[in-house]
Ligand binder design. Structure first.
Ligand SMILES: [Zn+2]
Length: 311
C-alpha cells in the first residue's frame, strides 16, 4: 500500500468536517379531524403512513436528506409536536433529544408516546465503553429497523398505538397493518433465502448501521465509522479494517448516500476494490421521495446490492 494511514485519516477528517451541515426545521401542519402522528425519522413515517392511511396525518420531523443521529428539533418543532395526538420515535438512544422533549411535556398533555423499537431483540454494543465518539449513552445498537425481522416488531407497535389513539377506525388500521405485515414477512423470507446462498458473508460498511441485518441473516459487519456517522476511525481501526478486507477477500465496500462516501472510496481505492450503496434508511432524499421510493423499494435495492457485493 502506497498511501499511509495518516493520509487516509487526514482525508477522513476533511470529509467529516464537510458533513456538519445545518438542517432546517420541517414544515409541520397539523390537520384537524385526523389523527396527527409525528415520527422522528423515515422508516417510522413510512410504516405509520401505510397503517394510518386516510385517517391519519403523518408528519416526519427530520427533513428529507438529513440523517437523524445529530438532528435536534427547534423550539417551534417542539411546540407543534406537543399538539399532535401520537409521537413515534425509535428509542435505543437514536434520538438523543427525545428524553428532554418527553420531560418537557406538561402533565395534562395527551400526546401518546410510542417507542417503536419496544420488544425488538436488542444488540448490545460492546465497544461503547471505550469509544469517545459514541453518539449517546445507550449501550445498545439503535439500528433495528434495517432488519425486516425487527421491522415487523416496529410495525406491530405502531399499529397498536394507532388503535389506542383512534379506536373508532380500528378496522381500517387492522386491514392496512395486515397488508404491511404480510409484505414485511415476504421481505424477511426473501432476505433469509437469498443471503443464505451468497459466497461471502462479510460486509464492510460506512457506519455501523447493519448490526441487526447482519445478526438476523448471518452476515458479519465491519464498519469504518462507529454507530453514529461522526464516530471516526482511529489508525488502529483502519489497520483492522484493511486486515479484515484482506483476510476475507472482501471485494466491495458498501457506502451510503446521507453520509460522505469519501472514507469508503479512499479505502476501496487503496485496497483496489469496488464500492456500492447499502442504504441504512435513516432518511430518504427529496429525490428518493419524489420518485416514490419507500422502505420496501430501498430494502429490495439493498438486497440486490448485497448479492452483487457478496458474490
Ligand atoms: Zn446510524
Amino acid at each position: 500500500m502506497k498511501k499511509s494511514y495518516v493520509g487516509i485519516i487526514l482525508s477522513l477528517i476533511l470529509s467529516i468536517t464537510a458533513l456538519a451541515g445545518c438542517s432546517t426545521a420541517s414544515d409541520m401542519k397539523l390537520v384537524e379531524g385526523k389523527v396527527n402522528v409525528i415520527t422522528t425519522f423515515y422508516p417510522l413515517y413510512d410504516f405509520a403512513a401505510k397503517i394510518g392511511g386516510e385517517h391519519t396525518n403523518v408528519l416526519n420531523i427530520v427533513p428529507a436528506g438529513v440523517e437523524p443521529h445529530d438532528w435536534a428539533p427547534k423550539s417551534q418543532d417542539i411546540t407543534n409536536m406537543s399538539k399532535a395526538q401520537v409521537f413515534i420515535y425509535n428509542g435505543i438512544g437514536l434520538e438523543g433529544w427525545v428524553p428532554d422533549f418527553l420531560h418537557s411535556l406538561k402533565q395534562e398533555n395527551k400526546l401518546l408516546i410510542v417507542e417503536a423499537s419496544q420488544n425488538v431483540d436488542l444488540i448490545r454494543h460492546e465497544e461503547s465503553a471505550d469509544d469517545d465518539h459514541a453518539h449517546d449513552e445507550s449501550e445498545f445498537d439503535p439500528h433495528a429497523w434495517i432488519s425486516p425481522k425487527q421491522a415487523k416488531v416496529y410495525a406491530e407497535n405502531i399499529y397498536k398505538a394507532l388503535i389506542q389513539a383512534d379506536p373508532a377506525n380500528e378496522q381500517s388500521y387492522t386491514a392496512n397493518y395486515e397488508k404491511l405485515a404480510a409484505r414485511l414477512n415476504e421481505l424477511d423470507r426473501t432476505f433469509a433465502e437469498k443471503i443464505a446462498s451468497t459466497a461471502r458473508k462479510e460486509i464492510v460498511v460506512s457506519h455501523e448501521a447493519f448490526g441487526y441485518l447482519s445478526r438476523d441473516y448471518g452476515l458479519t459487519q465491519m464498519a469504518i465509522m462507529g454507530l453514529a456517522p461522526d464516530a471516526e476511525p482511529t489508525a488502529q481501526d483502519l489497520k483492522e479494517i484493511s486486515r479484515f478486507i484482506k483476510e476475507h477477500n472482501v471485494k466491495t465496500i458498501f457506502f451510503e448516500e446521507l453520509v460522505s462516501d469519501k472514507l469508503a472510496k479512499t479505502l476501496a481505492n487503496d485496497m483496489k476494490i469496488e464500492t456500492i450503496v447499502l442504504n441504512p434508511i435513516e432518511g430518504l432524499t427529496e429525490q428518493d421521495l419524489q420518485s416514490g421510493k419507500d422502505y420496501f423499494s430501498v430494502m429490495e435495492h439493498n438486497l440486490q446490492n448485497l448479492l452483487k457485493g457478496l458474490q
